[in-house]
Design a binder for this molecule. Sequence first.
Ligand code: EPU
Length: 422
Amino acid sequence: MDRLLIDGGAVLSGELRASGAKNSALKMFAAALLADEPVTISNVPHLRDITTMIELLGSLGVEVVIDEKMNIEIHANTITSFKAPYELVKTMRASFNVLGPLLAHYGQAEVSLPGGCAIGPRPVDQHLRGLEALGARINMSDGYVRASADSGLKGGHVVFDFRTVGGTEHIMMAACLADGVTILENCAREPEIVDLASFLNKMGARVEGAGEDVISITGVESMGGCSHKVIADRVEAGTYLIAAAATGGKIKVKDINAMHLESVLDKLREAGASIKADHDSIELEMSGHRPKAVSLVTAPYPDYPTDLQAQIMALNCVAEGTGRITETIFENRFMHVHEMNRMGARIKLDSNNTSAVIEGVSCLKGAPVMANDLRASVSLVIAGLVADGQTIIDRIYHIDRGYEQIEEKLQNLGAQIKRLES
Ligand code: EPU
């Protein structure tokens, strides 16, 4: 297994380009199953999760053509199977989202239940309730969801119990080919949902209100081909901005819409960063200062994202003062805490495992560390960058699921980091 070796102490400085958003692209691959003609998706990041999704489409008999620039052409009309097997769904939960599009287009689907994962149990009850509201018949046995809609899905009314990103996206996709109008209420409002809706509309769907509380979808009889460029990855961009702030550095991230990161930029300003931002770049400067501790609570967009919680905790570890971070989205998203404490951080978790109080120290100490989740793993990279001495991060296949060329991007910013191949 590959590892990352970091010699801490470098101050990050320079420019980088944000990659395309993994969490947008993955859903578009599922949505491509709705079309009768080929679709082309560009600005797709070169990541392990994307490869898994391509493998899943391949196992359904769908032809996928990839060029050297990661433009991906998907021909759903070559489909031969409607079954997404456990081996693929268990490695990546987003693959569960093929259920709705298969059902909407072909009237049948058999998709493995994803099961729990490192950051929490992550049920799919909202997805299944939504599909049932559109008239799907759903049976569960042997760990699989078997769904059918012999005469097609019908428009329906769904009020989500809470804001779910995957649930909102799943039912929005399925409703595109339903007969009649579907109204979704209490929807998640993440930029990736807006991007997915724009992709669906280019394929001929009639989706209105994505990015707001209520989404309405007027079903169409068929959907065609289109080309679409995936939006930039706000979580990747946010990760580099936090890393730069933690090291006292100065960086510019290009090709990123600053509006997608407002809650994060507010916290970075509070930490002492000066920030210049517009619709396609963000510049951050710490002028060599030690960051000030920040407190925050994670919550659905537009509030502070859970996917950038571990990274800002790494910044708090070396900040002046004490910060409190509360996680409200996932049950078990503090895996990085024990590893950071092994590096000399002073973090205390409350008894419910929902809040962490971080007392900043002047410096962390390098150590061998690892984590079982993407964002926890990358937060250890930030901890390694601000630590004295060497940090070796194991199990970096988690990082490879979500960060394209992380060591090259960080090297270009002046970090001392290299991959140790096994
Ligand atoms: N939930 C349920 N039932 C459901 C659906 C969700 O109880 O039917 C719970 C989840 O267990 C969780 C909460 O609701 O506790 C929110 O889950 P949500 O559905 O919003 O998350 P998701 O769609 O499973 C996506 C991203 C995550 C990101 C979350 C929250 C993708 C592929 N994943 O997950 O990204 O953390 O939204 O913003 O889009 C990551 O990139 O590292 C990552 C985990």
